[in-house]
Design a protein around this ligand. Structure first.
Ligand code: FES
Ligand code: FE
Length: 433
């Protein structure tokens, strides 16, 4: 089998291009990463009451996320145990039971097989028990509104999986008592790129914003001086392969849906209160130029509050699902502006998402060239090496947003998963916060 430590040298910052196109590696990712990790599947606000459901994927496995009568959130395979048909064709909705379109088997919102047409045909069938033929269920846990699931019974708890990254997530999820919600609707689009390009981009690549997004930034952020990124008072932090790069400068104008004045005003009006609750570091992280990602394929932009998953569809195709997160307490007017802002910037026709998609598609296709594939990729940028981070923040932290640190640690984590025989071989950082 392939040894991933030989494909990825995270210390030197050298990555083999093979991981971005190879079919065999992709199959190994489905097994070693997607069937093992905790995956974001929904925000609790998307499945508020009995009957609410949405459908998505864990790896290439179609799943349903549904709120059952007892209030529990269930995540189960969207595949009928009879002949395998999808039992739910819709993206989201409200329903009392899932009836398979092929022969009519009916399942509860908890995944149980409740009945089927002509059930007398099964009465005398030896060994047949309805209890054995429900929808296959995943483990489900939530963190402050975000629902995660895993199909691996051996996986650690979600709390251990996220570890100290929760300290950072709280800068978005725990800014007040009311919490957050997703605005209604999911944006779905398909890109011809390997899923790791968007993941790598969100976990630590602010570098590209200075070039890829130069035009969009200048057009919309003129009065704030365009997209301002520097290694002054900015950092990267990584925990268990999850990462967040951010600036603590007073640059609300940069973020928040490209300088919408009312959102900028709203962000500023909350800073003092958030600072009292979470301290001044996280009060500034909330609205700064920043990006973050949870391993393997769930990402977000603080300030813009777009949250997104990069769902693999083969080594060279990715389905992108995205949403807008808002503080529940914000006014409807602000929430609407936020929705408009994420549509303008990070939707399939958004000025920033179009910039990015083109690059990831070309990078994926180019890496597969026969001669090209034998060359290596450079992840060695580390300009502030050795500088001590002067703040009390958990995880592996470095000075400077413009840095490949988080991306190297993402691929270190990737190699750990790909080489591990079981969860026992996958290290978890100690929890300190
Ligand atoms: Fe679902 Fe037959 S495949 S009822
Ligand atoms: Fe970008």
């Amino acid at each position: 089998s392939i040894n991933f430590k030989s494909l990825i040298d995270h210390e030197k910052g050298i990555v083999d291009r093979r991981i971005f196109w190879d079919k065999e590696i992709y199959q190994q990712e489905l097994k070693q990463i997607f069937a093992r990790c905790w995956h974001f599947v929904a925000h609790e606000s998307q499945v508020k009451t009995f009957g609410d459901f949405i459908t998505t994927y864990i790896g290439e496995d179609a799943v349903i996320v549904a709120r059952a009568k007892d209030g529990s959130i269930n995540v189960m395979l969207n595949s009928c145990p009879h002949r395998g048909n999808k039992v739910c064709f819709a993206g989201e909705g409200k329903i009392r039971s899932f009836v398979c379109n092929y022969h009519g088997w009916a399942f509860g919102l908890d995944g149980k097989l409740n009945g089927m047409p002509n059930n007398e045909l099964y009465d005398d069938t030896e060994g047949f028990k309805k209890e054995d033929w429900g929808l296959h269920k995943a483990r489900v846990e939530s963190y402050k509104g975000l629902v995660f699931a895993t199909f691996d019974p051996e996986a650690p708890s979600l709390g251990d999986y996220l570890g100290d990254f929760r300290w950072y997530l709280d800068a978005i999820l725990d800014i007040d008592e009311q919490g957050t919600e997703f605005l209604p609707g999911t944006t779905r689009s398909v890109m011809q790129c390997n899923w790791k390009f968007p993941a790598d981009n969100f976990v630590g690549d602010i570098y590209h914003a200075l070039w890829t997004h130069l035009g969009g930034g200048e057009a919309t952020l003129k009065e704030y001086g365009g997209i301002v990124v520097s290694n002054e008072n900015s950092y990267q932090a990584s925990v268990n392969g999850h990462g967040w790069e951010f600036s603590l400068g007073n640059n609300f104008g940069n973020a928040a849906t490209m300088g919408d004045k009312d959102i900028v005003k709203y962000l500023r009006s909350r800073e003092e209160e958030i600072s009292k609750r979470l301290g001044s570091i996280r009060a500034k992280m909330w609205g700064s130029v920043a990006s973050g990602a949870i391993f393997p394929n769930f990402a977000f932009l603080p300030g813009y509050f777009t949250f997104r998953t990069f769902l693999p569809k083969g080594p060279m195709e990715t389905e992108l699902h995205s949403w807008t997160l808002v503080p529940k307490e914000a006014s409807d007017e602000i929430k609407d502006k936020w929705r408009l802002g994420t549509m303008r910037t990070f939707s399939p026709s958004g000025i920033l998402e179009m910039d990015d998609g083109e690059n990831w598609e070309h990078a994926t296709a180019a890496n597969a060239g026969y001669v090209t594939r034998h060359q290596k990729l450079c992840y060695s940028m580390n300009p502030t090496k050795g500088q001590t981070v002067p703040l009390d923040m958990p995880g592996e932290t470095v000075v400077g947003q413009l840095n490949d640190s988080n991306q190297r640690l993402f691929f270190k984590r990737y190699a750990e998963f790909m080489d591990a025989a079981s969860w026992a071989d996958i290290p978890l950082a100690p929890i300190t916060k």
